[in-house]
Structures are given as structure tokens and as C-alpha cells.
Design a binder for this molecule. Structure first.
Ligand code: SAH
Length: 349
């Protein structure tokens, strides 16, 4: 048996490995270790969540951003991005449409857009809370102050997604301009947790300069933070960013890491991301078979979808579109799963 598959077997039994073990499991992965992790992580997810996939309706409400992350298509320095922001009415209309389709979680994601002051964002959150009292509201709009996170919580938000992007500070600095701070981003995650939000962290797989050590650090970081959700997809280059010529992250490694995360954090909510679906046809279904249990279809108005381009060729139609939920269900049925129609709260305490 290969070293990697011995380690895979140990991870399946013990749900953890020493750093060197995780390193070798990743660096020396082979067909055998891949098959073992996929089977065990799929079984574990099914034993906890059944064959039901939670859905979240993603509303991309602004692509204005004051940040200049080197990988991101909506970075402030991308002069070619056609900027838009949705009004409160448009956002509520997205929720309305989503509610009718069976969504009970709305995710408001956007760039860090100073237009959305606490007043404006709290008003939107409170309006959604009032109209859809049985729904979870997830925000994903970057780094804000503790006070801001508290006010949004008071207004009715329940969850917050803020990928840590990388657990290594030096790697973080290679992906972001000097004015951005790893410490602040990580502090935000702990603050959100303290306030009471269910939090999601995560990273891109195969982002420029990422090493296997960095991935091991990501796994340790997540074990320490104990997030309710981990959002992870392959890095995909955007043509109008400094990383335009960089190779995309590996789908195979993304799937492998989904399985590792499922095994290390059994109850965590684990989306099969849009980036995974973009990088490989059927990628999200394969993600589910490797241990993922959440899908986030797009509820944004079509004009916004075209403009919220974080990376090239981002999926925006077909089963990715919330209105094609029947299509998504069909695809899931083919691999033996169905959609759960409830809020899908985290089991992580
Ligand atoms: N402004 C919010 C939302 C960012 S976009 C925030 O700061 O959290 C959501 C996620 O998309 C990012 O956290 C990043 O991990 C991912 N992303 C951005 N550019 C990407 C790219 N080129 N390839 C793959 N994922 C990307």
C-alpha cells in the first residue's frame, strides 16, 4: 500500500493526522488514496446529512469594490469591469423569486462597496428579515468593523461568509496589495463568531504561490476556528487581473481536499462551489460524491450575473441558475441525491 493510502486510512479512522502526515497525504496522493478518501468522506456526509443537499440562493448585489485583490475580477483596479449595484427593491425581488423556488437561505454577496453603509445594509437586512421570517440571511460582503457586524446581526443577519483566503500570512501578502491585512481578516472571523453568527471561512485551491505547506496551514487554521461552513473552490484566472496568465487550480486537488475537510470536520457545511462547476463539467456533482453537501445557485438578475465576474467563464446559466432548480434536482438525482427545502442550519456548535 502506498504511503498516501496508508495515511488516508489513518485519517479515515482518526479524523486527524500530524502535520507531516497531512503534507504527505496531499503531496503524494495517488489513485488509491483518492478513492479511499472519496468513499469515506461521501459515506460520512451521507451518515450525517443523508442524501439531501442544502441549497442557498446567491444574490450578487454589488460589484463595486474598494479592494484590489490580485486574483479577483471585480478588484478596484479593473477598469474594464462594468459596475452595478442592486437596489433594495431589486434585492427583495430576488428573495421573493427565490422563496417561490424553495430557497430558505439568501446569501447577499458583493464587493466591499462603501455605498452600502451600515444604514443601508441594515435596512436591506431588516426588510428581508421582516418579509421572510422563516429564512436564514447570510452576508458575504467582506471586512467591516465589529460595530457594523453587530448592527447587521441586530438587523436580522444570521450567517457570514468570509473566506480567510490563505492561512499563511506571507502567502496572503502575495495575493493582496500591502494595504490589506491578514490579521484583520482573521480577526473579523473571530469577531463574527463571537457575536453569534454561523461563519464560513475558506480558500482557493491552486491560487498563485500556494504550497502544500500552505494547505496544511489552512486545514489547521480551520480546525482552530471551527467554522460552520468551509467554502473552497479552484482558483481560476481572470483576464483583466495581474494573475491573468496564471494556471488554474486543480479540480482533482479541490475534490481531494473536500474529502479531507469532511473527514477532519465531519459536521461542517461544505459547498460544491460555482468555481468547481466552472472548472469541470459535473464538478459540483463530483464534489458532492467527495463529501460536499451544499450548493449555492445564482438568484441574481441576469444582467448582474454577467457583471459579477470574479474569474473567467463563471457559470451563470444551466443548473447554476436558481430558476433552473428542476435541472439541478435532475442532476442531483442522477447521483442519488435530492434537494433539502429548509434553512439547513449548521450542526457545528
Ligand atoms: N468581498 C467579499 C466577497 C468576495 S468574492 C469578501 O471579501 O469576502 C467571494 C470569493 O470568491 C472570494 O473570497 C475568493 O475566494 C473567490 N474568488 C475571487 N476571485 C477568484 C478567482 N479568480 N478564482 C476563484 N475564486 C475567486
Amino acid at each position: 500500500m502506498s504511503k498516501a493510502s496508508e495515511l488516508a486510512r489513518r485519517l479515515i479512522r482518526e479524523h486527524d493526522l500530524p502535520d507531516e502526515g497531512l503534507y504527505t497525504l496531499i503531496a503524494e496522493r495517488d489513485a488509491e488514496s483518492r478513492a479511499a478518501l472519496k468513499e469515506a468522506a461521501g459515506d460520512l456526509a451521507r451518515s450525517i446529512y443523508g442524501r439531501k443537499i442544502f441549497i442557498r440562493g446567491l444574490i450578487e448585489f454589488t460589484n463595486y469594490c474598494k479592494n484590489n485583490c490580485l486574483y479577483c475580477g471585480i478588484r478596484r483596479g479593473n477598469q474594464k469591469a462594468d459596475r452595478y449595484r442592486l437596489t433594495q427593491e431589486e434585492i427583495l425581488a430576488c428573495c421573493e423569486a427565490g422563496y417561490g423556488l424553495g430557497f430558505r437561505t439568501f446569501v447577499l454577496q458583493g464587493g466591499e462597496d462603501p455605498y452600502f453603509t451600515d444604514e443601508r445594509l441594515c435596512a436591506i437586512t431588516a426588510a428581508i428579515r421582516e418579509r421572510f421570517p422563516d429564512c436564514a440571511i447570510t452576508l458575504s460582503c467582506g471586512e467591516r468593523s465589529r460595530e457594523s457586524y453587530e448592527r447587521l446581526w441586530q438587523a436580522g443577519a444570521n450567517r457570514y461568509l468570509l473566506r480567510h483566503e490563505t492561512a499563511s500570512k506571507s502567502h496572503y501578502q502575495k495575493l493582496h496589495p500591502p494595504e490589506m491585512s491578514w490579521d484583520n481578516r482573521v480577526q473579523c472571523l473571530y469577531t463574527l463568531r463571537e457575536i453569534g453568527y454561523q461563519v464560513g471561512c475558506g480558500m482557493m485551491v491552486g491560487s498563485p504561490f500556494q504550497t502544500t505547506e500552505d494547505l496544511v496551514a489552512d486545514l489547521r487554521f480551520m480546525q482552530k476556528l471551527r467554522p460552520h461552513m468551509v467554502g473552497m473552490g479552484p482558483f481560476i484566472a481572470h483576464k483583466d487581473t495581474p494573475f491573468r496568465d496564471r494556471e488554474s487550480g486543480s479540480v482533482e486537488l479541490t475534490l481531494y481536499l473536500l474529502s479531507i475537510i469532511r473527514l477532519m470536520m465531519p459536521k461542517v457545511l461544505l459547498p460544491a462551489t460555482t468555481a468547481l462547476g466552472t472548472a469541470m463539467q459535473g464538478g459540483r456533482e463530483e464534489g458532492i460524491l467527495c463529501g460536499a453537501n451544499v450548493i449555492m445557485p445564482n438568484l441574481s438578475p441576469p444582467s448582474a450575473r454577467d457583471k459579477y465576474m470574479l474569474y473567467d467563464n463563471k457559470l451563470r446559466s444551466g443548473a447554476e441558475a436558481a430558476e433552473n432548480i428542476a435541472n439541478l434536482r435532475e442532476n442531483l438525482m442522477k447521483v442519488g441525491y435530492d434537494i433539502a427545502v429548509d434553512r439547513g442550519d449548521s450542526l457545528v456548535l
